[in-house]
Design a protein around this ligand. Sequence first.
Ligand code: COA
Length: 185
Amino acid sequence: MDKKFEILVANASHLQYVDTILNTIEEAAKIRGTGIAKRSPEYLTQKILEGKAILALDGDIFAGFCYIETWGNKQFVANSGLIVVEQYRQLGLAKKIKKKAFKLSRTKFPDAKLFGLTTSAAVMKINYELGYRPVTFAELTDDEAFWKGCQSCVNYPILAEKNRRFCMCTAMLYDPKEHKRHRRI
Ligand SMILES: CC(C)(COP(=O)(O)OP(=O)(O)OC[C@H]1O[C@@H](n2cnc3c(N)ncnc32)[C@H](O)[C@@H]1OP(=O)(O)O)[C@@H](O)C(=O)NCCC(=O)NCCS
């Protein structure tokens, strides 16, 4: 990657980017015609203030984002809301953002299983390289609050009809117990 991006754990000084992040995520979902768990500005603000958000900047221009959240009494951590601004795609930026989110998750919640739901081939590839494996939805958290997030997705009727067992997304999971002998982070 030739371009130099700053990839950091966001803090209060980055709240100015919240609206841009949300608009970029929404526009990308419209273009892809895929579902998305919509987030409010208040929710994203909270994630940033809790030190659970990763931001990529090109100078002071927004380039990419992702956040982490715990579910099921901190037994699970999801990486969500990954977005790279169109002009910065195919440069390896999502990979860098996901790596940083992975390290943040493992540092903050070392015993938690990490998981994500995605329809994106790029994300599946990145997750796989990080040590995630595809799983059925039954292996994910049963935290109602997590699944409530899916209600704003266009595909939610499918999830509901299938009693939360299947939908359009592929579920991927990183279980730290399966990697203990190989690496800590
Ligand atoms: C998905 C997204 C985040 C990828 O960002 P990116 O910065 O272009 O991804 P990277 O450059 O880090 O690519 C990572 C890998 O995925 C591959 N890849 C990138 N886009 C791809 C695509 N559309 N289809 C298949 N593979 C793709 C890259 O070739 C790379 O593989 P490599 O390691 O063999 O080189 C970006 O396209 C995006 O923001 N899309 C809209 C929002 C979205 O889909 N978010 C994910 C929701 S779960």
